[in-house]
Every structure is written in structure tokens, then in C-alpha cells.
Write a new protein. Sequence first.
Lengths: 115, 114
Amino acid sequence: AQSVTQLDSQVPVFEEAPVELRCNYSSSVSVYLFWYVQYPNQGLQLLLKYLSGSTLVESINGFEAEFNKSQTSFHLRKPSVHISDTAEYFCAVRPLQGGSEKLVFGKGTKLTVNP
Amino acid sequence: GAVVSQHPSWVICKSGTSVKIECRSLDFQATTMFWYRQFPKQSLMLMATSNEGSKATYEQGVEKDKFLINHASLTLSTLTVTSAHPEDSSFYICSVRRGNTEAFFGQGTRLTVV
């Protein structure tokens, strides 16, 4: 079975400041890793994903995440946030093969960007 | 554009009535769809996996007679909350997976039972 821990339930930051949203996971098998963003009363949108290859993955809107296998982490970072980045962010994992096809989500981190 | 369409986006119903939520895959055929429930300030909890042409697979603790799932075609799955009660009030989200890794989510349905 897999589990995902997002260490911070809320992260308030000022506009243009850097931010890191932490995600750690536990799994006995190799996993795919994902970050999703959810705006109020909306579904989830894929922000970025790690499947294989380079451990640093980037999104089109300036976010990046680095897969660290030894620390079983997939922290999300952005060097300079905007007001529009205010949303809930979910880290998720899914096994590469065998067993469940299900995404397992963390509890989410609410990012609030203040002017 | 949207890959998954979920309808309605919000619904208010009286206690004891049933509510149907639709999830449509717009861009591709989906043999499998997923239904999630999200409580306030909580993560998404998988309720069931909807399989086209066969019975849905429910997660432990989810009442199959309460949450009826029908996946009648390759582009449509429905979730019916039967005899709804206030504790069923929640945000319900469907998901469709394309290929081996990419999942797309509907915009969600806010159900309020009064």
C-alpha cells in the first residue's frame, strides 16, 4: 500500500516570495508521482508529474518538483509566487505496475499568496 | 479544453431524495472512471472504480447500495446518491485516466442535502 504525507496543511506567503510545498511518500514498490492544483469549487488539474528520467520536472507556470528517491520526497517549489497561485495543492502517487491503479492523495496544502 | 465534463456543478436536494451526477469523457473513450469524495479541508477519497459494461468496484466502507454507479458507455459514468441525507453532503469528483499515467478530473459536484 502507498501513503502520502503533506507536512504543511497551510502555507501563507507574500507575493513574489519563494515557496516550497513538501510531500513525502511511502511505498514498497516504485511509483509515479504527481502534483495537482485545485481552485475553489473546481476539480483537480495536473500541475506536473514524475514518471522516469530526470528527477527535476517543471510545469509551464514556473513550478518545479524534484524526485528524491532516497528521501522518498517530491517537494514542489516556485521561486516567485503570484496572487493567482492561491489554491490547494495535492501530492499523489500511483504504483508503476501490478496491483492498484488508484491514485493515492495527500491531505493537501492550502497555499495563500498575500499582496 | 476540458477533457472531462461533470454535471451538475452543484445541487441542493431534500433529505430522502436521490441525486444523479454525470461524468463524461469528452476526448477519448474511457473503460475506467473513478469517483472521489472530498470533505472540507480534506483530501480526495476514492469511493469506487467504474468499469464500462460491468459492476463498479467499491472501496472498503463505501455503501454500494447508497452510491449507485452505472458505466453504460465508454464516455459516460453516473453516480446516484440514493436516499440522500445531510451527512452525504460533500464535493464529489470524477476522474478519467488516459493511457497508463495521466488522469483528468471533472470540475466536481457540490452536493448539499437539506
